[in-house]
Ligand binder design. Sequence first.
Ligand SMILES: [Zn+2]
Length: 131
Amino acid sequence: MRYAPGCGRGVDRIAGHAFLLSGRTPIDGVWTIKRDIWKRLNGAGGRHATHTTSRFDVLVLGDLENSPVLEPENSLGQKAIYVFDRRQNGSHIHVVDGNGLSRLLRGELAPCLDLVRNEQGGKVFVRSTGF
Ligand SMILES: [Zn+2]
């Protein structure tokens, strides 16, 4: 399993971390609305951020699940671009997908996804992690 450069072991817990959600997110394969995810995160000792202007530690990319393994790189939105830029500036923000969030809710380690930028279009992609 590969991790994003600059990240240690990935994301090891919910407690004490603030999460920013991007789009609908499947939890254990079930599409789950933000409000319900927030409840579960709060119940596990985490916090939720509503905008990139709030401090957050983990970006959850739910929309990734809309175009799964057939397409290893998916163009992402403004939140991912924000995180990419922050990482470029030396401050690491974790990125997980629905699978990673499901792992965290089970108390398991979640891999932190690597982001890359397409120089031409300026778009940010998740580098295929092969898990
Ligand atoms: Zn990370």
